[in-house]
Design a protein around this ligand. Structure first.
Ligand SMILES: C[S@@+](CC[C@H](N)C(=O)[O-])C[C@H]1O[C@@H](n2cnc3c(N)ncnc32)[C@H](O)[C@@H]1O
Length: 206
């Protein structure tokens, strides 16, 4: 797939940097702005940064965003994108794995966490599942770890996941995110981030 600046602008809102991988991974700005409304005034831990498209929205509403990314190329794109948006002072970039306990220990007090794991795992063995997740990092494991930091956690999940896999999770809101006729994502909100308990929908008309 070849992407151009017009496509990047349409999805992310400005002339930001993205390659084919980070363009596909990044979440549409209409959704990221919607997520960010729930993080107003919070010290937010975000994992995983990607090219920083969710970070941009979070940085506009949060008190501060601490964002962890394992891939140096993605992180460099994110730094450039946040700089272009004039938001560098609102974001601390952390290199490494969110599964590294030393990284988690080094963080200041966190009010809320936003998790966007990498679902782009392809190949004949790929199965969309939440429990014993095969994402990078594993969605179920990283959610469990983050719930040890704060109960205020949101996690983005793909539409192909079966929602009955969430039954064992703490009380949460399961929001279906729809763009036109396309079900694009789920987002689960726990703790104070939820607005209802159970299912909800966020719809964007196109
Ligand atoms: C779906 S993308 C995030 C996209 C991002 N929300 C955006 O808007 O651009 C997932 C990211 O997780 C990163 N990642 C994978 N394993 C990780 C880990 N253990 N710790 C931190 N980041 C990780 C990947 O390199 C990838 O950039």
């Amino acid at each position: 797939m070849k992407i151009d600046s017009r496509q990047i602008r349409a999805k992310f809102g400005d002339d930001y940097m993205a390659d084919e991988c980070t363009f596909v991974m990044g979440i549409d700005q209409r959704f990221t702005r919607h997520f960010a409304e729930r993080f107003v005034g919070y010290n937010v831990l975000e994992t995983c940064t990607g090219a920083g498209f969710t970070t941009l929205s979070l940085a506009r509403t949060a008190r501060h965003v601490f964002t962890v990314e394992i891939d140096e190329t993605h992180q460099q794109q994110a730094i450039k994108n946040i700089e272009k948006a004039g938001l560098l002072t609102a974001v601390t970039f952390i290199s490494g794995s969110i599964l590294d306990p030393e990284i988690v220990k080094s963080l200041p007090a966190i009010d809320a966490v936003f998790i966007d794991p990498d679902w782009a795992v392809t190949g004949p063995d790929h199965v969309y599942r939440f429990q014993q997740s095969n994402t990078r990092p594993p969605a179920d494991l990283v959610l469990e770890n983050m719930l040890n930091i704060t109960e205020n956690v949101a996690i983005v999940l793909p539409p192909l996941i079966k929602t009955d896999e969430f039954k064992s999770l703490p009380e949460h809101e399961c929001e279906k995110l729809i763009l036109g006729k396309s079900h694009e994502l789920y987002c689960l909100y726990c703790g104070d981030l939820k607005r209802v308990v159970g299912e909800s929908e966020f719809y964007i008309d196109i």
